[in-house]
Design a protein. Structure first.
Length: 408
C-alpha cells in the first residue's frame, strides 16, 4: 500500500514527522512518500508544496495578517496545493503531522480528509486550544479559551481571538472523518477531556519507537567519557540546554545553584551552548551543541542520570532513549514524562517547578550509585519491552491497513 506523510519540514524532527518511516515501513509492505513546505533533504521521495520565493513572501504575509487579527491557521493555501499533487492522488492513506506549522488551514481539513483515508497524529495539545501549543496550568481550553490570559504564548496573538479560534475548531472538528493518533497517556487524557475532541471514536495510542538495540552497553562508559574529556569518577548529569521556556532549563539551573555538588559533577548538554556560565565555578561544563542521532548514543553512555525538567511535554523521546541506554530519568510531574518513564518505580518525578525537590532527587542519586544502576537496568528492560522500533512499525502498518479498509 502507499502512504503519504504530510508535515511542514522533512529532516528536522525526522523521528516524529514521518521522514524516517519512508524507508523503514518498506519492511512492512508500505511504500511511503512525504509532502512538506520546506524540503531540506535530497530525498526523491519528498516533494515540496512551496513554489519558490513567491510563496515564501506569501507565507510571511499570511503569518503577519493572522497574528495581527487574532487568527491562526485559517488562511494558508497549501491544502489545495497538496490535494493536487501526484503523491496525494496516488496515496491509499494520508498521514498528517504538524499541520499547524503554517501548513494546512483548518477549513481545508474536512475537504482533505474526505478525499483520502486519513490519519492525524496530534504531536502536542494545539488541537485542544484557542491558539497555544501548550496550555500549561491554564484550563481555559476546557470551556472555550475566552478570554485568553496568555496571548504571548506560541502561537502568539496581538489581539484576543483565542475564543473565536476555539469555536472554529469546534465547528470544523464536527465534520472530520479521521483516525487520531497520540503517543502518550498524557495526550490521550487531554484528548478525552477536551470538548473539541472527546467525540472522536477512532483514537489510537501508539508510542514512538526507538532502536533500543543500538544503545551502547555499560562497558562503553569509560571509553565514552574519555572521548568527551569527562573524568571517570565524576557524577554526570545529561540534559538538553534550550531557551525554549517549556524545556525547563531555568528550573534546573535554579536547582543546581542551590548549593555546590556533594561530589565532582559534570553537566553534559546538547542543543544550545553558553547558557550555563553561572555554574562554571561549581561544575564542569561539557556542551556538545546540536548533535545527530548517532552521536547521542555516546552522550547517554557517558552520563549517570538524564534530567528532563520540561514543564510541558507531549511524549519525551529523549526520556525513552535514556531508559534504553540504562540511565534513570528525573522529571517534573504534570507532563507525559512520569508515565513514559514509569515513575516512581523507574523514573523519578518531582512536583512541577519545584527546584528544591529536583535538587534533592539529583543529590540522592549522586550519593547512591546502586540506586542509579537499579533504576537504569529497570529502564532498559521497560524501553525494550514497550518502545521497541519494530513494535512501532507494526502498529502503524496495522493502523494504515485498517484505516484504508474502513474509510475506502
Amino acid at each position: 500500500m502507499k502512504v503519504l506523510h504530510v508535515n511542514n519540514v522533512d529532516l528536522p524532527g525526522r523521528r516524529f514527522n514521518g521522514y524516517d518511516l519512508l524507508n523503514d515501513m518498506r519492511s512492512r509492505g508500505v511504500d511511503s512518500k512525504q509532502a512538506v513546505l520546506w524540503k531540506t533533504s535530497q530525498n526523491p521521495d519528498v516533494t515540496t508544496l512551496l513554489d519558490g520565493g513567491r510563496d515564501d513572501l506569501l507565507l510571511t504575509a499570511i503569518r503577519k495578517v493572522e497574528k495581527r487579527h487574532g487568527m491562526h491557521d485559517l488562511l494558508f493555501p497549501w491544502g489545495k496545493v497538496l490535494a493536487n499533487t501526484q503523491e496525494f492522488q496516488d496515496a491509499d492513506v494520508v498521514h498528517y503531522h504538524l499541520v499547524h506549522n503554517d501548513l494546512i488551514s483548518l477549513p481545508d481539513l474536512p475537504y482533505l480528509f474526505s478525499l483520502k483515508p486519513s490519519v492525524w497524529t496530534l504531536h502536542d495539545p494545539w488541537a485542544f486550544t484557542g491558539h497555544c501549543i501548550y496550555p500549561l496550568d491554564c484550563e481555559g481550553w476546557l470551556d472555550g479559551c475566552d478570554p485568553c490570559p496568555y496571548l504571548d504564548r506560541p502561537f502568539a496573538m496581538q489581539v484576543d481571538g483565542a475564543g473565536r479560534m476555539w469555536r472554529v475548531k469546534q465547528q470544523i472538528y464536527r465534520e472530520l472523518e479521521v483516525d487520531l493518533v497520540v503517543a502518550s497517556q498524557f495526550m490521550h487524557g487531554l484528548l478525552t477531556r477536551s470538548p473539541l475532541t472527546a467525540h472522536f471514536e477512532d483514537v489510537h495510542l501508539i508510542p514512538f519507537g526507538i532502536h533500543t538495540e543500538q544503545f551502547l552497553p555499560d562497558d562503553w562508559r569509560s571509553a565514552s567519557r574519555k572521548r568527551l574529556g569527562i573524568a571517570e569518577d565524576d557524577f554526570v548529569l545529561f540534559f538538553r540546554a534550550s531557551e525554549i521556556e517549556v524545556k525547563g532549563l531555568a528550573e534546573l539551573v535554579k536547582a543546581l545553584e542551590l548549593h555546590p555538588p556533594t561530589r565532582p559533577t559534570t553537566l553534559l548538554t546538547v542543543d544550545e551552548t553558553g547558557l550555563l556560565t553561572q555554574l562554571t565555578s561549581d561544575y564542569t561544563i561539557v556542551e556538545r551543541g546540536w548533535v545527530e542521532d548517532e552521536s547521542l548514543y555516546l552522550l547517554y553512555s557517558a552520563c549517570d542520570v538524564f534530567v528532563m525538567p520540561s514543564t510541558a511535554e507531549a511524549f519525551g523521546l529523549m526520556a525513552i532513549e535514556a531508559m534504553a541506554a540504562g540511565r534513570p530519568v528525573v522529571c517534573f510531574e504534570g507532563t507525559s514524562l512520569p508515565a513514559v518513564s514509569h515513575a516512581p518505580d523507574c523514573g523519578i518525578a518531582v512536583p512541577m517547578g519545584d527546584s528544591v525537590a529536583l535538587r534533592e532527587a539529583l543529590d540522592s542519586l549522586a550519593e547512591s550509585p546502586e540506586e542509579v544502576r537499579r533504576r537504569g537496568e529497570l529502564g532498559r528492560a521497560l524501553a525494550t519491552k514497550e518502545y521497541g522500533y519494530g513494535c512501532y512499525l507494526d502498529a502503524l502498518a496495522t493502523l494504515y491497513r485498517d484505516v484504508e479498509a474502513r474509510r475506502r
